[in-house]
Design a protein around this ligand. Sequence first.
Ligand SMILES: Nc1nc2c(ncn2[C@@H]2O[C@H](COP(=O)(O)OP(=O)(O)OP(=O)(O)O)[C@@H](O)[C@H]2O)c(=O)[nH]1
Ligand SMILES: [Mg+2]
Length: 333
Amino acid sequence: MNQPQTHASLHAPGTTVDIGALANALNAGDIRTCARLITRIERGEEEMVPLLQALYRRGGSARVIGITGPPGAGKSTLINQLVTHWRRKGLRVAVLAVDPSSPISGGAILGDRLRMAAHSGDRGVYIRSMASRGQLGGLSKAAGDALTVLDAMNWDVVLIETVGVGQNETDIMRHASVVLLLQTPMGGDDVQAAKAGIIEIGDIFVVNKSDHPDADRTVQQLQHVLSLSRCLHPDKAWAPPVVKTKALDGEGIADLADHIDRRFAYLADQPETAHNELRARAKHRVGEILRDLLDKRMRSDDGQWLETLIEPMIRRESDPYTLAANLLARMLA
Ligand SMILES: Nc1nc2c(ncn2[C@@H]2O[C@H](COP(=O)(O)OP(=O)(O)OP(=O)(O)O)[C@@H](O)[C@H]2O)c(=O)[nH]1
Ligand SMILES: [Mg+2]
């Protein structure tokens, strides 16, 4: 399908709303509409697709910044400070906190709400949590959909937080233009990001809790590991900086915000690099939507299309590897 449906109806319980009206409401900054749509995205409602198609085509202007790091590293506290920093400059900021470990319904993860309570009542700030609802694989796709909705609201900055311990958050971070990898001072010689196997996703490294006595040592270890693994970053010409912060009282936040601006300025100066990053994100996005569609198709009751194909496999005249490869080849033909 080349054209998105522009006037398909969305059936929320008891209501019918058209895409144009929803898009206009988002564009006008209607936070209730945004919150409702993200809840429906979280539920995986198919009816959202026509709207997402339309919104995606109009979007692309928000600066999406990803923040990840180990549990308790201070991500939410740091985000709170960054929001304060940007609000002082008059920027409008949205925060999407994605929690892969929690099945609790989105909208209010208590801790984040408390830490960011300073911004409640500020119409220039929107803070939203998303939880897994038991569908780990689909969470990154759902987060991407939520970002499409947020993008339609013309926020100057959209921050996406997720706890960084492995593959799932790595996927979620791929929606962001600039990724901050938070680390905390540790007694040992380990570098958390290296241990978690996610060092290559960091555009900027942040050692938070700089009030901790081991902070400087952690910075040095990180710089050392980064100098050894420089080639890991997809942009070979970029040396990820290491910034020290104390999110508790905002120390180092202005410096961090400068580094973020510098990365965006660098990308603006390097259209080829920026385009390569857009391509990588676009491919990833298609991939996760495709996997989601395929997964739903495989689980659906109308799986009749597979029934006849699997007969030779059941008779052991074929095998699941051949069958899957053939299906893929047919799909890509
Ligand atoms: N000493 C010190 N504590 C900090 C600093 N920044 C955050 N904390 C504390 O660290 C704890 C965790 O902070 P959060 O901001 O919730 O960390 P998080 O990374 O968002 O945590 P999760 O989302 O649960 O993974 C809180 O008790 C914060 O007050 C800091 O710079 N120094
Ligand atoms: Mg948090």
